[in-house]
Every structure is written in C-alpha cells, then in structure tokens.
Design a protein around this ligand. Structure first.
Ligand SMILES: NC(=O)C1=CN([C@@H]2O[C@H](COP(=O)(O)OP(=O)(O)OC[C@H]3O[C@@H](n4cnc5c(N)ncnc54)[C@H](OP(=O)(O)O)[C@@H]3O)[C@@H](O)[C@H]2O)C=CC1
Ligand SMILES: O=C1O[C@H](COP(=O)(O)O)[C@@H](O)[C@H](O)[C@H]1O
Length: 520
C-alpha cells in the first residue's frame, strides 16, 4: 500500500508513543501549513522553570519523563491545538515555537555537531538537518558548526557534507539552491574534546554568528560515548548559552554496562539538568518501528494472536552489507552487541512484546517496556554466539576483514556479529524464543522482525503438496530497506485440482524516502 509522505518531519521522538494516525499526518502534510502535528506527550504538565540545578545552562522546559522537549521560556503557546496529540495540522512556525526554535524574539539557534568528521554526522545528521531546512522547519537565524579533532576548513566540511545531502522529500523544487543556502550556514571548528580552551574558541565563533541575538545552543554528541563527559564538561564551562537555552543530544550506547551507564548519567547531571538531555535511539523513529504498536493495538486480527499460544518464535534481525569502514575508533570499543542489540533491537523487542499501555503517553509506554525487560531471563553464555568478519573475495573483489580496517587494532577480538536467544518469563511469552541476530559485513542490508506462528493442529491439507507442518504462517515486518509488512499464508494454486502454495499478503510501503533522524 502506498502512503503519501508528509512534507515535514513528524517530530517523532525516541521513547515516544506512536505517532498521529496516518490520516492525520497526511492531512498535516497536505495542508499549506506544512508541519505536522506534535504529539501530546511533548506537552506534559510538568513544566519546570529556569533550571535551579545549573543556571549556567539556563533553560526552561516542558518535561516528559521518557523524552523531553524543552520550550522557550517566554513563549505562550496554544497547547490546545495539539492536545490529544494530533488534533490538527500546525504551521512551520508553530512547529518551531513548540520545539523552542522560534525566531519571533530575534533569537538564534546554533547547532554544534560534535564529531562532525564521523560516520553518523556525515550519513545522517547533516542530511537530516538539511531536510528540516528544506521543509522550513529550522528557525530563520540558525547556524551549524561541525566540531572534531580532524583539521578541516569550512569549505572542506561543506564539500564533505554536500556529498551526502539529498532531496529526499516529495517536491524537489530548488533543491540545489536550497543546498547551497544550507551549506552556507555550515561552519567548522577543529578542537580537542577535552579542551575548555578549544570550546571557548568555538564559543567566540558561535557568538559572531549570533550577532547579539538571544542565543540558543544545541550540541549533538556524534562521538563515541566514552568522550561524552569531556565534551559536556567543556561545552558547559566554555560554550553554553549565556541568555537562552542549551541542550545536548546524547547518542547510544549510553555506557558499556549498567554501572557505566549510571556513572554517565551522574556525570551528565553535574553539568546538565535532565530537561536538557535528549537521549536518542533513531530506530524508534523508523516508520515500521513506529507502526509496530499501531499494527498490533489497532487491528483486532493481530492482538489475539500475540502470545505463546499462537507464536512459535520471534526473530529480530539486523544485517548490514558493509563493515566498519573507518569507524573502528568508536566501534571497536563497543562491538555489535552494544552498538545494535542492546539498544535498537531491544527497543524493538520491548515494543513488540509489551502489554497494552494505559495510554500513548511516553511514560505509559516506557513503563510497559520496562516490565518486559524486567521479565527477561538473564542471558546465559551458551545462548549467545559471536563472530567477527574475515576477508573474502566475491565477483573478483576482495572485501577487507574487520581487522584490516586501519582504525581497528590488528589483534581486536571485538564481535561484529552476534546471535542470542532471549526469553521473557511472563504469562504471555513463557517459552517463546526471541532470537536476535545482528552483524556487519554480511550478505545483505536488512532489518526485520519475523514472527513465526505455530503449526495448524491436525491440518487437513497435510497431504497436498507443501509440507504444511513446516510452512507455517509467518508475519514479516521489514523495517528496511523497502519497508513492508507481509503475512505468509498457505493457499490453493488456482486451477484444477488441489495444490497448495505459500503466498504473501502484502502491505508494501512505496519508496517514501523518510529517514529516522529527519523526524527525530
Ligand atoms: N554511524 C551511524 O550510522 C550511527 C552512529 N550512532 C552513534 O553515533 C556515535 C558516533 O558514531 P560514528 O559517527 O559512527 O563513529 P565514528 O567512529 O565515525 O566517530 C565519530 C567521530 O568521533 C571521533 N572519534 C572516533 N573515535 C574516537 C576516539 N576513540 N576518541 C576520540 N574521538 C574519537 C572522530 O573524530 P575526530 O578524530 O575528527 O575527532 C570521528 O570522526 C556513536 O555513539 C554511535 O553509537 C548512532 C546511530 C547511527
Ligand atoms: O546506530 C547505529 O546504526 C547504524 C545503522 O543505522 P541504519 O539506520 O542505517 O540502519 C549502524 O551502521 C551503526 O553501526 C550503529 O552505530
């Protein structure tokens, strides 16, 4: 089924409930007011005034426990318009207001992409920012700074970024013109992550562009987590906003284990209040992951089947057909389990397996997900397989081994592949294996959830061609590429006689070209 694509990002945030019903999002899109509705959960009642914990960071915000969206302190916003999440389409300007990005008060927003020389920044962050710019969802006065240790000029950054910008959106009018304008707003500053002095230099550069306007600053930590603290400390001391808000987006993985995760949180809180910290897992912004709860909770046909009674196993599969390619600096310290399984796949699993939440508020969904995680049996070593990709030749081309990557130590034992069987010890899922598989440099690029159903007891058609005991129903939720949901069913081959075959009942998404980071 083809779905028309909204013009503007849907402001869908990690750990947030399902988005607006499709019809409403499309309505928003087709409106001349271009930006889509913002979910109610972003406007929970808990409004904190200016940060008491740390006045340097000077923020006022609306706080939603699982995910926060601070808004500009001085702003009066008609929240009724967005009560119940998605009641009406809103304008680009209102969208910016709600995100605290208004320009009405002559304010600026400076976005610093820390780790701008890296993979995430190049592949996803700059393109997502461009998509927002294209859709007029960034404020009038905004500037983007790349910050990293690598030496680069502004022009080199622009050249690097321009290679990954695309006009993914439906209308491609003036795309190259818009790109030029966007690139003109991008600057680069080279510095160390633990140097207050270098961040003070960045501060000076930012100030030049702020030109005395109200200063709002966003730091996107597109770096390995072990240097988050250095950056937050230095940015806090030397480059935070003096009169507007300062926010920090923190990438996964949030530490190495629960101890280091708690230490990271404690560390961040020395310099930030919770409202300033935005933890992101971009898989939660993927269309099919967002659709998971909709599929299950708004279709009578699925929910009754969603249990051990009918489901034999669930597989969560992530595979990439490329290796680390220069990302060893980050990846080698974390490995595939911490890079993919513990966050992206586990989030998908929790959404898949949770009980019906009380509401679509982020906190209610989070509570249900936590119950799933707490019901999980601790993993045993024998339930896990790990591996690392080796060099191989195919079609006359030799693909490098993981340890051939110059950014990876030659003797690295970091896993690039892992498979694990997980069990959820509760009434719904007792005994159902949840198989997770994740790997880099495999044959295909694919992320999907495969739900295999039990055999039909006493199947009448056992003797008709197909081995129906094996060919059980399977529901496939293909997250990427070529998003689709299809159900494998057994049916009769048309014509004389009785021969059976397996077919797919399809919900194919046309190439919509949306990208999770764009909406997040
Ligand atoms: N790549 C992706 O698609 C995604 C990545 N992420 C997350 O983004 C973060 C960054 O990932 P990614 O961009 O892929 O990683 P990279 O390895 O590309 O690292 C980003 C930048 O950080 C600096 N860096 C790398 N290693 C180190 C190190 N050991 N010490 C200090 N600086 C270092 C480098 O900049 P320089 O040397 O110039 O300072 C590098 O360009 C991670 O937390 C990852 O989980 C999340 C979603 C998707
Ligand atoms: O978080 C990460 O995700 C990417 C894959 O993201 P996708 O949206 O392209 O599927 C992965 O390559 C990277 O290792 C990891 O850090």
């Amino acid at each position: 089924m083809a779905l028309s694509s909204p013009k503007c990002p849907s402001s869908q945030f990690a750990l947030r409930p399902s988005p607006a019903p499709r019809s409403q999002r499309v309505a928003a899109a087709s409106s001349s007011l271009s930006c889509p509705p913002i979910p109610r959960r972003l406007f929970s009642k808990r409004v904190s005034s200016q940060s008491r914990a740390n006045r340097r960071w000077n923020v006022a915000s609306v706080h939603d426990a699982a995910r926060t969206l601070p808004i500009s302190p001085a702003k009066e916003i008609d929240l009724k318009k967005v009560e119940n999440g998605v009641s009406s389409a809103i304008s680009a300007e209102e969208y910016r207001d709600l995100a605290g990005l208004s320009t009405r008060e002559n304010s600026t927003v400076s976005i610093t992409v820390v780790g701008a020389s890296g993979d995430l920044a190049k592949k996803k962050i700059f393109p997502a920012l461009f998509a927002l710019y294209y859709e007029d969802c960034l404020p009038e006065h905004f500037t983007i700074f790349g910050y990293a240790r690598s030496k680069m000029t502004d022009t080199e950054l622009r050249n690097m970024v321009s290679k990954t910008l695309t006009c993914r959106i439906d209308k491609r009018e003036n795309c190259s013109e818009k790109m030029e304008q966007f690139l003109g707003r991008c600057f680069y500053h080279s510095g160390q992550y633990d140097s207050e002095e270098n961040f003070a230099e960045l501060d000076k550069e930012i100030k030049k562009h702020e030109a005395g306007r109200l200063s709002n600053r966003l730091f996107y930590l597109s770096i390995p987590p072990n240097i988050f603290m250095d950056v937050v400390k230095c940015a806090s001391k030397s480059a935070s906003s003096a009169n507007g808000w300062t926010r920090v987006i923190v990438e996964k993985p949030f530490g190495q284990d629960s101890e280091s995760s708690a230490a990271l949180t404690r560390g961040l809180k020395q310099f930030l209040v919770e409202d300033q910290i935005f933890r992101i897992d971009h898989y939660l912004g993927k269309e099919l992951v967002e659709n998971l709860s909709v599929l299950r909770f708004s279709n009578l046909v699925f929910e009754p089947l969603w249990s051990r009674q009918y489901i034999r196993n669930v597989q969560l599969i992530f595979s990439e057909d490329f290796g680390t390619e220069g990302r060893g600096g980050y990846f080698d310290n974390y490995g595939i389990i911490r890079d993919i399984m513990q966050n992206h796949l586990l989030q998908m699993l929790a959404l898949f397996a949770m009980e019906t939440p009380i509401s679509l508020d982020a906190e209610d969904i989070r509570n249900e997900k936590v119950k799933v995680l707490r019901s999980m049996k601790p993993l045993q070593l024998e339930d896990v397989v790990i591996g690392q990709y080796k060099s191989h030749t195919k079609g006359g081309f030799t693909y490098p081994a993981y340890t051939d990557d110059k950014t990876v130590p030659r003797d690295s034992l970091t896993p690039t592949f892992a498979a694990a069987v997980l069990f959820i010890d509760n009434a719904r899922w007792d005994g159902v294996p949840f198989l997770m598989k994740a790997g880099k440099a495999l044959h295909t690029r694919r992320t999907e959830i495969r739900v295999q159903f039990r055999h039909v007891p006493g199947n009448l058609y056992r003797s008709f061609g197909t081995d129906l005991d094996r060919a059980t129903n399977e529901l496939v939720i293909r997250v990427q590429p070529d998003e689709a949901i299809y159900l494998k069913i057994n049916n009769k081959i048309p014509g004389l006689g009785m021969r059976l075959d397996r077919s797919n009942l399809n919900l194919l998404y046309a190439a919509r070209g949306t990208e999770a980071f764009h909406s997040l």
